[in-house]
Ligand binder design. Structure first.
Ligand code: NAD
Length: 497
């Protein structure tokens, strides 16, 4: 069996804690790999390596940093397929989807290649007689990243490329469920010439996370995962004096107005609800059908959903793969099983789905629940599986109130042909990312990604300009080169002349 260890100081370091976790191929249910779980001492070793590397990397030239990043970009491009296969083997998503994940992560490496422009700073000359002011941004030091299972390559790439481009050094704690892709990202970074210790990986569970949160040499923490853990990371990290951005879970609503093209809306709903088996933080998990569109829309969604081919991610014929673990599969199934008793109409029940030849895989089919009451568990919780809830609203206002009543505010979308309704929605909806006839509005790399309310704790969204701000701190330098002949003592508060 393969073992995934830690990556510290530019090389693989065998786990010393004696504790390992299982990594399973979700399509077969077979444990293929074990992953080392770091103790607090091993976390300390990774932070020490990062701290030592910061002494030179923090002051390295932009040219030196971007030279590495351009080489890294080329290597990642050449290894897209290999990375996608690692993702599929441990996460289960289909190969095309895994390739999409790598491409969206690569986008942030490309953004980091252009860090020269982002870190240009600002200069005001002659703000007062003979006085200039320069605003510069400097790295924080050692930054930690803690990432979820559902994007084992992309979410780490949301963080470390930009963090290191800004001059920080990094300690990543990937998800213990699918750690191989992140490990390969670190190996390729070393191959690109990244100096030892600039990027480190500690694998593990909450022991490793808590050690990072408590470590005095960790200046900032980027977290992506579920809402309860995001809240814990934010509260603990900030209490320990760290800068924290913690992105949490979601329940993303798609509002369908009566004038929308219902075929296009149904295509979008099926793609966004069931892609990656619903294991996306930007998945559409609730459709709000406005003004009598519900029956027709549900029929169109059902027709499309029944045609989706479910199978192992490495089979090119598969459109949807298995869920990450057996326990998660069973939890997702329980929401469908309980939905009717809580007042929903079960239009499609995918809980009995199996795949021939893969009887021990974590399979579940597509489920569609209609007329779901807002107090039903299937609506109130983030299910994170291929279960789509449809709710009905008489008017735009009623639909909007429903969406804004959700504790989450990650992504949302409106489907309509009415530009003024779409514009109103953009301004009135309480969510961080809005799609207009776009069901999964994940911002491009040079715009930032982040939700509102319980979908994000902290002041900064991730990547884009917010990412650069998060990974740097500002400094303002006020300069005068006075003529010694004009120098005098002046006890007044500095004011402009
Ligand atoms: P998770 O919260 O269970 O785990 C995320 C990370 O936190 C992992 O590295 C895990 O090891 C660690 N962790 C888990 N429990 C911990 C604890 N008690 N203390 C300290 N650390 C702990 O999330 P997951 O199941 O891996 O991922 C799915 C979740 O992530 C969903 O809720 C999804 O919406 C969310 N997500 C959000 C975004 C976003 O951008 N907002 C993106 C992707 C995923």
């Amino acid at each position: 069996m393969k073992t995934v260890n830690h990556w510290i100081g530019g090389k693989a370091v065998e786990g010393a804690s004696g504790t390992y976790g299982p990594v399973t191929d979700p399509a077969t249910g077979v444990e293929t790999t074990r992953v080392a779980f770091a103790s607090a001492d091993e976390v300390d070793a990774a932070v020490a390596a990062a701290r030592a590397a910061f002494a030179t990397w923090g002051g390295s030239s932009l040219a030196a940093r971007t030279a590495v990043l351009f080489r890294y970009r080329a290597l990642l491009d050449a290894h897209r397929d290999e990375l996608a296969r690692l993702i599929t083997a441990e996460h289960g998503k289909v190969h095309a989807d895994a390739l999409g994940e790598v491409a969206r992560g690569l986008e942030i490496v490309e953004l980091a290649c252009g860090i020269t422009t982002q870190l240009k700073g600002e200069l005001s000359t002659q703000v007062s007689g003979g006085v200039d002011v320069a605003a510069i941004r400097q790295p924080l030091g050692v930054v930690a990243g803690i990432t979820p299972f559902n994007f084992p390559a992309m979410v780490p790439m949301w963080m470390f490329p930009l963090a290191i481009a800004c001059g920080n050094t990094f300690v990543l704690k990937p998800s213990e469920k699918d750690p191989s892709a992140a490990f390969r990202l670190a190996e390729l970074a070393a191959e690109a010439g990244l100096p030892d210790g600039v990027l480190n990986i500690v694998n593990g569970d909450r022991t490793a996370v808590d050690a990072l949160l408590a470590h005095p040499d960790v200046a900032a923490v980027s977290f992506v995962g579920s809402t309860p853990i995001a809240r814990h990371i934010f509260t603990t990290g900030t209490a320990n004096g760290k800068r924290v951005q913690a992105l949490g879970g979601a329940k993303n609503h798609m509002l369908v107005l009566p004038d929308a093209d219902l075929d296009a809306a149904a295509d979008a709903a099926v793609s966004a609800a069931y892609g990656s088996a619903g294991e996306r933080c930007m998945a559409v998990s609730a459709v709000v059908a406005v003004g009598g569109t519900g029956d027709e829309l549900v029929a169109k969604i059902r027709d499309r959903a029944t045609k989706i081919r479910i199978g192992p991610g490495d089979d090119p014929a598969s459109e949807m793969g298995p869920l990450i673990t057996k326990a998660h599969r069973d939890k997702v199934a329980s929401y469908v099983a309980g939905a009717a008793a809580q007042g929903a109409e079960v239009v499609l029940d995918g809980t009995g789905h199996t795949v021939e030849g893969y009887e021990n895989g974590h399979w579940i089919g597509l489920s569609l629940l209609d007329k779901v009451p807002t107090d039903a568990d299937a609506y109130r919780d983030e299910i994170f599986g291929p279960v789509l809830c449809v709710l009905r609203a008489e008017t735009y206002e009623e639909g909007l109130a429903l969406i804004n009543g959700s504790p989450w505010g990650n992504g949302t979308a409106i489907f309509t042909r009415d530009g003024s309704a779409a514009r109103r929605f953009q301004l009135e909806v309480e969510a961080g990312m809005v799609g207009v006839n776009v069901p999964i509005p994940v911002p491009v790399g040079y715009h930032s990604f982040g939700g509102w309310k319980d979908s994000l704790f902290g002041a900064h969204h991730i990547y884009g300009n917010d990412g650069v701000h998060f990974y740097t701190r500002g400094k303002v330098v006020t300069t005068r080169w006075p003529d010694p002949a004009e120098s005098s003592v002046d006890l007044g508060f500095p004011s402009h002349r």
